[in-house]
Design a protein around this ligand. Structure first.
Ligand code: TPP
Ligand code: MG
Length: 363
């Protein structure tokens, strides 16, 4: 791990961590925790990938999913490594479009996902959202906002509210953004405010090298996105987003520092999305050569190999977990498929964001 200090900020770069380096000695207690987190996270990644494959095929088959399907294929390690550090109903989480794996690691049941995509009334958004804008704000689980950058101030606002109410305790907040989203004014304003207020916030920046079809060379002029942390006066961390163990280590540090009062943490993961922006997009603008670079490797395959290399799981166990994931996804699909869609004559159609959802916020 390299460490350099600049203008009060800590830059922790583990960008070159390989499997061998990832297994560098740490205390046995920390190693045991890392191993436990790794195995849990890997199973979340498997479940996420299986679920998303099912959603993709339902979308392509047509008829049942209305609206777009936006997947996190290739970003599961980075997303889930953040989600695993969050406590359901205690911490604040504002996931973005590629965070299905993070949502699972955080604790959202996949039945909620399936119910949302199938538009049934039993889903968390009562069938009014068809994909990713679901949440349960009364639990600190913020419904995604599509306007890029806005979630940072929503999560910060929830943390700030708790601080004012005296209920912040050891709460931490986390949200995500893509390389493209970091160019918005909303992102800069929110990060600046969170830095000034020293909020316990972890911002995952998934640098998947494209914002839809716009490459990062047309997105920002600085060399590394993590360098922006210097300007905000916050900690910046950089990690290989395809390496689960490296991601877990860096998020572990980031969440510890946020909870310990060191203010916002920006974690930048380098990776590539292994698919289109959404399932409607064939990503033909991503050059083949990029797909064969280090960032184009599949984090799920890498993580399974890491588990085997470290002796943390056997091939039989990996196969069993994948089978379990398939069973769970099939079960969720079967359940949600028999549930009703909203009845337009009986639903009040009052905005969900009013009283009922707001109840309990900040507590
Ligand atoms: C403020 C704003 N501008 C434009 C859009 C339209 N839009 C949705 S996703 C997207 C690309 C986002 O790219 P990036 O932030 O890199 O995330 P990625 O999709 O690569 O994960 C754009 C331009 C938006 N949602 N919000
Ligand atoms: Mg991007």
């Amino acid at each position: 791990m390299l460490s350099a200090r600049a203008a009060g900020s800590v830059f922790i770069s583990i960008s070159t961590v390989s499997v061998a380096e990832s297994s560098l000695p740490c205390s046995s207690a920390v190693e045991a925790e890392l191993r436990e987190d790794f195995l849990k996270t890997l199973q979340c990644m498997m479940l996420s990938r299986t679920l998303e494959e099912k959603l993709g095929s339902l979308y392509r088959a047509g008829g049942r999913i209305v609206g777009g399907v936006y997947l996190g294929r290739g970003q599961e390690a980075f997303s889930a490594a953040a989600g695993i550090h969050l406590r359901w109903e205690k911490d604040v989480y504002g996931p973005l479009i590629r965070d299905q794996a993070g949502r699972i690691a955080y604790g959202e049941p996949i039945l909620d996902t399936m119910r949302t995509y199938l538009g049934v009334v039993t889903g968390p958004m009562r069938g009014r959202d068809g994909n990713i804008h679901r949440g349960q704000p009364q639990k600190g689980y913020m419904a995604m906002i599509s306007h890029l950058g806005s979630l940072v101030s929503v999560v910060s606002g929830a943390l700030f509210a708790r601080r004012l109410l005296g209920t912040l305790g050891d709460t931490v907040g986390a949200t995500s953004i893509g390389d493209g989203g970091t160019s918005t004014g909303a992102f800069h304003e929110a990060i600046n405010m969170a830095a000034v207020e020293k909020l316990p916030l972890v911002v995952s920046v998934a640098n998947n090298q494209f914002a839809y079809s716009t490459p990062t060379t047309r997105q920002y002029a600085c060399e590394n996105l993590v360098d922006r942390a210097i300007g905000y006066g916050i900690d910046g961390h950089s990690v290989d987003g395809t390496d689960l163990l490296a991601c877990l280590k860096v998020f572990r540090t980031a969440f510890q520092r946020a909870r310990a009062g060191h203010g916002p943490q920006m974690v930048v993961g380098r990776l590539l999305r292994l698919g289109g922006h959404g399932e409607h997009d064939d990503a033909s603008y991503i050059p083949d050569v990029k797909k064969h670079e280090h960032e184009g490797r599949d984090c799920l395959i890498v993580a399974q190999q890491q588990a085997l290399d470290l002796g943390w799981a056997t091939k039989v166990e990996l196969d069993e977990w994948l089978k379990n994931a398939r069973r769970e996804v099939d079960k969720a699909q079967a359940q949600a498929s028999k549930e009703p869609t909203p009845d337009p004559y009986r639903e009040s159609w009052q905005a969900l964001s009013t009283q009922r959802l707001a109840e309990g916020m900040g507590q």
